[in-house]
Ligand binder design. Structure first.
Ligand code: SF4
Length: 431
C-alpha cells in the first residue's frame, strides 16, 4: 500500500487536493505497489491517477504538469524487504539489548540497493522483482557477492537455496544493469584462492561490474564469535595482495583500479591507505572504502574556503569526538583546519561501550559514549563547541542506543553540532 505522508504547500499535489493519508492506487491503470512504481509511472507530464482518501472515498485525477516540475507528494516509508539468509557475521546478531529498532531489521532489499546504495544479496528476488529491475532499469545495483562459487556463497549466507550469483548478474547485465559489488571477507571461507576466483570471475564480466570492494567481516562482542572471527594481520595482508594484483591489471587495461580494499582492511593489515587518487572518485566511500582519504580531501578543499571564516572562529576551542579508528588520523586532518580558521581543535577518540571495543567506527558510537565524554569535568571548562559525527544518528537524530541528539544537547555543557566533515558544521557556526 502506498500512502501519502505529506503534501508540499502550493505544489501540484496540493492543487489537486491530495492529502496526507490518501492511498495512491493506480497510474494510467497500473497498480502502484511501492515508491518505485510512483517514481517511474508518475514521471510523465500527463497521467491519470486513482486514489482513495483516508475516509475511503475513491478519487480520480487528470494530472498535468510542466516538464520536470515535482508533484510535491512525500510518501510514507516503504515496508523493508526482509532477508532470507542467516550469515554468521550478520550485524543484527551483533547488536546488544537496547539497540535502536531499525538496527534489528535484516534488510535485503533491491529497491534500497538502487535508491540508497544499500548492499543486497539478490537471494530473495521473486520473478516480479526481476521484471521490475529490468523494466525500470534499476542501475547500478549494489550487490553482496562474497564469493562467486555457489557452494561457498550459500555457506556464507547460510542459505542452501540462494541462487547462483553469476547467472543472476549475467541476466541483469544483459538487460543493461550495472553493479557495484562487495566481498565481505571471512577468513578461512572466502579468502585465499576463493577470493582470487571471485575477483577473476567478476573481472571477466567487464563493464557491468563497475567496482568491487573487499571488506573484512565486521563483528562486535555480541556476534557469533564461536562461528566467525575477523581476519588476522597476515590474512588481511594476503587479501590486500589480491586486491593490488587485480587493481594493477584493471588500471592497465581499464584505466581505473576497479577493486578496492576497505579502510578497515588496511588497518587490520597495518598498512597505510593508498593516496586519494587511487580510489577513482570514491565509488564505494559509503562502504568504508577510502573514507579517511575522502574526508581528508574534503577538509583540505573546504579549508581554503574556511579561511574566509577565520575571524569568526579564531581563538575558539573546539572539541572533536570520534571513534577509535579515526583517532590516530585526526591530528593531520585537523591541522589544516586549525591553520585556516585560527581555532584550536582537540580530538578525543571514544571507545564503543555499546557494541564493544572491537567496533571502532565513529558512526556506531552510542549516545552513552558521547554523554560520558561530554560529562567529564574538563570539556565544560575548556571548549566553546563540540563536534559529533553526523553519521552516528539516524534521520530522526537518534543514536544506536535510542538516546537522542536533542537529549545530549540539553545536557551538554557546551553547544553541540553534528558534522560529516567538520567544515559543514564550522561553516554554519561562522556564518
Ligand atoms: S544478508 Fe546476511 S548480513 Fe545481510 S541482513 Fe541478511 S543475514 Fe544479515
Amino acid at each position: 500500500m502506498l500512502r501519502v505522508a505529506a503534501v508540499a504547500p502550493d505544489s501540484i499535489g496540493a492543487q489537486l487536493g491530495l492529502q496526507k493519508g490518501d492511498e495512491l492506487l493506480t497510474v494510467n491503470g497500473r497498480e502502484l505497489v511501492d515508491f518505485l512504481d510512483w517514481e517511474f509511472l508518475a514521471a510523465d507530464d500527463v497521467f491519470q491517477l486513482e486514489t482513495r482518501t483516508a475516509a475511503g472515498a475513491a478519487r480520480s485525477y487528470e494530472v498535468e504538469r510542466a516538464d520536470g516540475v515535482p508533484l510535491g507528494v512525500a510518501l510514507e516509508p516503504p515496508k523493508i524487504r526482509r532477508c532470507n539468509n542467516r550469515c554468521d557475521f550478520c550485524f543484527v546478531d551483533g547488536n546488544p539489548d537496547g539497540a535502536r529498532k531499525a538496527l534489528l531489521i535484516r534488510d535485503d532489499d533491491y529497491r534500497l540497493s538502487f535508491r540508497y546504495g544499500n548492499f543486497a544479496t539478490l537471494s530473495n528476488l521473486k520473478d516480479k522483482d526481476v521484471r521490475r529491475i529490468l523494466e525500470y532499469r534499476l542501475s547500478p545495483l549494489y550487490v553482496s557477492v562474497h564469493a562467486t562459487d555457489p557452494g561457498i556463497r550459500r555457506r556464507l549466507l547460510r542459505n542452501p537455496k540462494a541462487p547462483e550469483i553469476l547467472p543472476q548478474l549475467e541476466m541483469f547485465a544483459a538487460g543493461g544493469i550495472q553493479f557495484h559489488t562487495q566481498i565481505v571477507l571471512v577468513p578461512g571461507v572466502n579468502d585465499g584462492v576463493v577470493l582470487e576466483r571471485s575477483l577473476s570471475d567478476l573481472y571477466a564480466f567487464g563493464g557491468p561490474v563497475l567496482s568491487v570492494s573487499v571488506v573484512p567481516v565486521a563483528l562486535t562482542e555480541h556476534s557469533k564469535l564461536e562461528l566467525v572471527r575477523p581476519p588476522a594481520r597476515e590474512e588481511a595482508r594476503r587479501a590486500l595482495g589480491s586486491v593490488r594484483k587485480w587493481a594493477a591489471r584493471a588500471r592497465g587495461e581499464r584505466r581505473e583500479g576497479w577493486v578496492y580494499g576497505s579502510d578497515e582492511l588496511y588497518m587490520l593489515a597495518g598498512e597505510a591507505f593508498p593516496e586519494a587518487g587511487a580510489y577513482d572518485g570514491f565509488q564505494q566511500v559509503e562502504n568504508g572504502v577510502g573514507a579517511v582519504r575522502y574526508l581528508q580531501k574534503l577538509i583540505a578543499e573546504d579549508a581554503v574556503e574556511m579561511g574566509g571564516a577565520a575571524g569568526a572562529l579564531a581563538g575558539r576551542r573546539i572539541l572533536v569526538l570520534t571513534g577509535q579508528a579515526m583517532g590516530p588520523l585526526m591530528p593531520s586532518v585537523l591541522e589544516a583546519l586549525a591553520k585556516a580558521t585560527g581555532a584550536r581543535f582537540d580530538c578525543v577518540a571514544l571507545e564503543n561501550s555499546f557494541f564493544g571495543a572491537s567496533v571502532t567506527t565513529a558512526g556506531l558510537l552510542a549516545g552513552a559514549d558521547f554523554r560520558r565524554a561530554l560529562a567529564a569535568p574538563e570539556p565544560a571548562a575548556r571548549y566553546d563547541l563540540a563536534l559529533l559525527p553526523a553519521e552516528s544518528v539516524n534521520d530522526d537524530g537518534v543514536f544506536v542506543d535510542d538516546v537522542s541528539f536533542a537529549t545530549l544537547e540539553a545536557e551538554a555543557p557546551m553547544p553541540l553540532r553534528l558534522s560529516y566533515h567538520f567544515t559543514d558544521a564550522l561553516g554554519a557556526e561562522a556564518a
